[in-house]
Design a protein around this ligand. Structure first.
Ligand SMILES: Cc1cc2nc3c(=O)[nH]c(=O)nc-3n(C[C@H](O)[C@H](O)[C@H](O)COP(=O)(O)OP(=O)(O)OC[C@H]3O[C@@H](n4cnc5c(N)ncnc54)[C@H](O)[C@@H]3O)c2cc1C
Length: 440
């Protein structure tokens, strides 16, 4: 079994799988470790901003994404109680597909993973990374087959953490925050059939102690996702003893948000409510590390602006474009030096790209969750709905990667192919989907 790689990537969400595709396409040998079996559902609003389409195209899943995703999201609404404000969403300039669309994560992440496999990535799934030792240039990753419990050690020049935010590596668990607070935000999501929402509308929900969103996605599937403070949830659960948390959240949304009540009138829920969290918005990039971080493992944005998938895809691209440029064409003894240079350049660009939208999202989230400030915000938006359009632009909905940038990126890879391409060796022991898509 092959156990030496140029890069080991932990986690095959949108960030990890896309980084694996970029690096494998550039000729690196890559192992992608994912502990869950795909397709897997995920707590997420599942909206993918138009700014990502050039990246999806360059990653090789553009046509599949467009063929499967829900309707173009050309308008947004902010809904609070019985009131709502509707505004246009900005359209990506000169783009063939100017608006974002929703696609279930079990479909999107499976498309990316299958693509990674097709370009030669070695996928270990369902395997979990247990421990990472060593330094830049000579890492040892202990990985565990979650079915047989077998342990193996992989050696890699570089490790990229893309394990999301709620699932710390076992080695980090000791420092996990154990004390929970009432202000912790717990995340929920459910899918429905037969919901009625105007196609193309992407509403944001504001309610006391939380915020959320709903959208019509692929194949008529309707998604409701939200975050709610732990103390608000506890109070709701005390008032409905014995009821599952997700159902309590659904009752509250229907009762307190007219938009949800209208949308779900004829709807039938598909599957159970999913829950996760608490979410931990903030920056996780650190300058003293010997590994790289992308996606939520690098930093998490309040999901009220639906930009987490963008940050996952875009941070993977930011990092990999730097790695392709920084890595010397022959192995050199001082791997730490060039990796450190790439890490600093990546961190600087990451902050430039993502900090403004993280701050905007945090402000919006805090205003939305408090009754007084959300009332004032709604009044402001009723007066100037165009602020919503402008806010969506500031949030990065349309202005990231362009065709030109991804073309340059491809050229840069062609010029920096460091090693011959290694064929991937599949280690997957769990069930494999016949083709990317929803489980039957
Ligand atoms: C309520 C809610 C709504 C949201 N709505 C939207 C939205 O509409 N649009 C949007 O763009 N974003 C949205 N987001 C944010 C988005 O879901 C995340 O930002 C995104 O999933 C991050 O992608 P990732 O690849 O970094 O991590 P993840 O998607 O979390 O992937 C991490 C992967 O790593 C694997 N993993 C973890 N630990 C290990 C290990 N030790 N070994 C091996 N594998 C491991 C996990 O199994 C997982 O598959 C929402 C989030 C929430 C909470």
């Amino acid at each position: 079994m092959k156990n030496r790689f140029d890069a080991v990537i932990v986690g095959a969400g949108s960030a990890g799988a896309s980084a694996a595709i970029w690096l494998a396409t550039a000729g690196w040998s890559v192992a992608l470790i994912e502990k869950q079996v795909f397709p897997r559902r995920k707590v997420c609003g599942e909206c993918v901003a138009a700014s990502n389409f050039p990246l999806l195209e360059a990653l090789g899943i553009g046509p599949e994404f467009l063929a499967q995703a829900g309707p173009e999201l050309s308008q947004t609404a902010v809904m609070r109680g019985a009131r709502s404000v509707v505004a246009d969403l900005p359209s990506a300039p000169e783009a063939q597909h100017p608006w974002g669309r929703a696609l279930a994560r079990e479909v999107l992440d499976t498309l990316l993973l299958e693509r990674a496999r097709a370009v030669g990535v070695t996928v270990l799934q369902p395997w979990a990374v247990q421990k990472i030792n060593g330094l830049a240039g000579s890492h040892q990753c202990t990985v565990r087959d979650t079915v047989s419990e077998k342990l193996i050690v992989l050696h890699a020049q570089m490790v990229i953490l893309a394990h999301g935010s709620w699932e710390p590596l076992p080695a980090d668990r000791a420092v996990q925050r154990l004390a929970r607070s009432g202000s912790d935000l717990l995340a929920f999501k459910a899918n429905f059939r037969g919901a009625s929402l105007r196609a193309g509308l992407l509403p944001v929900l504001m309610f006391p102690g939380g915020y959320g969103g709903m959208v019509l996605g692929d194949h008529g599937l309707f998604t409701v996702a939200c975050c709610i403070r732990a103390d608000r949830l506890e109070a709701l659960r005390r008032a409905a003893p014995g009821k599952p948390a997700g159902e309590v959240v659904q009752d509250m949304l229907v009762r307190e948000c007219k938009g949800v009540c209208d949308a779900l009138q004829e709807a039938v829920r598909e599957g159970a409510w999913m829950a996760s969290g608490p979410i931990a918005p903030g920056v996780r990039l650190r300058s003293d590390e010997v590994v790289f971080r992308i996606g939520n493992a690098a930093g998490e944005v309040h999901p009220i602006i639906g930009e987490g998938i963008s940050m996952a895809l875009q941070s993977a691209w930011l990092l990999c474009s730097r790695l392709a440029q920084a890595r010397p064409s022959n192995p050199v003894p001082d791997a730490a030096a060039w990796q450190s240079e790439a890490r600093s350049s990546y961190a600087a660009e990451w902050r430039r790209q993502f900090l403004p939208r993280m701050r905007l999202a945090a402000t919006f989230a805090h205003l939305a969750m408090r009754p007084g400030t959300s009332a004032a915000l709604l009044a402001l938006l009723e007066r100037w709905p165009s602020l919503l359009t402008r806010g969506a632009t500031w949030a990065g909905k349309v202005n990231y990667a362009t065709e030109i940038e991804t073309t340059l990126w491809r050229k840069s890879y062609d010029n920096h192919r460091p090693y011959p391409c290694h064929a991937g060796e599949g280690f997957q022991t769990g069930p494999q989907p016949a083709h990317p898509g929803r489980p039957a």
